[in-house]
Design a protein around this ligand. Structure first.
Ligand code: ATP
Length: 314
């Protein structure tokens, strides 16, 4: 395990009967990074998160938190972890303050330090004004903030969030994602999600899990690169003939879509976008669109999870 890494996972397995839900995964989480753990439903994300947080025993493998073995010293290792499970353990009949005080006690925060811990967690999660509200009366987005507040109340090194934006509306999703981003830096964050743009919006690095195995580990920039194609779309109100477009430097192929849009193929890393824009302006072709075509993350994901050649060691 490298110096900067905070969590180390080595050859982790979990069987349910004969079904292998997590199949020998290994990875590290570095200090201060937000790591996206991405995969479709049933891929093994929640099972992995439960093992990482000491809530489910692995069938085999080793997990260390800050160098402490989670199986050998669960109390010490778990003190460094905050966890928001897929179903947050909220008590609807308690106020935010009552619930967070209860959580602080569970984490064995000294009595005298509890008010300061509460104030800090509430401030971090935008709950300063909500301390006396009943949890059951809060919106789903605010309930999720309370869930995150209980995960950080003991200032853990690592915060594990399992599908934290499921069931939220678009504004709440944006707020929770901003909060997750903010948590990075001070804490390491592991974000489990099946939502590809969520990883792009919040994470530094991504790991894709499929049928219990890690199929890719990459930076967000690396993931974006996998989405690039060697094609542009150009829209022209007054297009020239196709041969004129083909003759532009860097253009390898032209495919018309209707009368005024064209898909332009080019060599990788040699985009003819500038040459096309200059020609369009000079010849008055009425340029209204010029965009690089990208594969969707779904396409990348399907490639990675269906072709053996797309698989790589994580
Ligand atoms: N307690 C259990 N008993 C039997 N099988 C289980 C149990 N928990 C999970 N599984 C199975 O293990 C596999 C992985 O489940 P897991 O919940 O980890 O997936 P996931 O990636 O988190 O998906 P989701 O987002 O749908 O929860 C699934 O096939 C699931 O049915």
């Amino acid at each position: 395990m490298s110096e900067a890494s905070l969590i180390g996972v080595e050859h982790l397995y979990r069987y349910f009967g004969t079904h292998c839900a997590v199949n020998g995964i290994s990875f590290e989480v570095r200090r201060g990074e937000v790591l996206g753990f991405l995969g479709p439903n049933g891929a093994g994300k929640s099972t992995t998160m439960r093992m990482l947080t000491g809530n489910l025993a692995p069938s085999a493998g080793r997990i260390t938190v800050g160098g402490i073995d989670l199986l050998e010293h669960p109390k010490r290792a778990k003190a460094a972890i905050g966890y928001l499970p897929e179903q947050p353990p909220l008590y609807r009949e308690l106020t935010v303050n009552e619930y967070l005080t209860y959580c602080a006690r569970l984490h064995r925060i000294e009595r005298a330090r509890i008010p300061a811990a509460l104030a800090a967690a509430k401030e971090r999660c935008g709950l300063t004004e909500s301390g006396d509200r009943l949890i059951g009366n809060l919106s789903k987005g605010y309930q999720q903030r309370v869930g995150i507040a209980q995960a950080i109340i003991h200032s853990p090194d690592v915060v594990v969030l399992d599908e934290p934006t499921v069931g939220l509306d678009p504004i709440q999703i944006r707020e929770i994602r901003a909060l997750i981003r903010e948590l990075g830096g001070e804490h390491s964050v592991i974000l489990s999600t099946h939502i590809l743009p969520e990883v792009q919006a919040t994470c530094d690095r991504v790991q894709i899990i499929h049928q219990g195995e890690l199929v890719v580990s990459d930076t967000i920039a690396g993931l974006e690169q996998r989405m690039q194609t060697s094609r542009l779309t150009i829209g022209l109100h007054r297009p020239p003939d196709i041969d004129t477009l083909r003759a532009i430097e860097g253009v390898r192929s032209v495919e018309a879509e209707g009368t005024d849009r064209f898909h332009i193929g080019h060599y990788p890393a040699e985009s003819p976008a500038e040459a096309l824009a200059l020609a369009a302006a000079r010849e008055n072709w009425g340029l209204y669109e010029l965009i690089p075509e990208r594969r969707s993350l779904e396409d990348v994901f399907v490639d990675l999870t269906t072709s053996e050649s797309g698989r790589e060691a994580a």
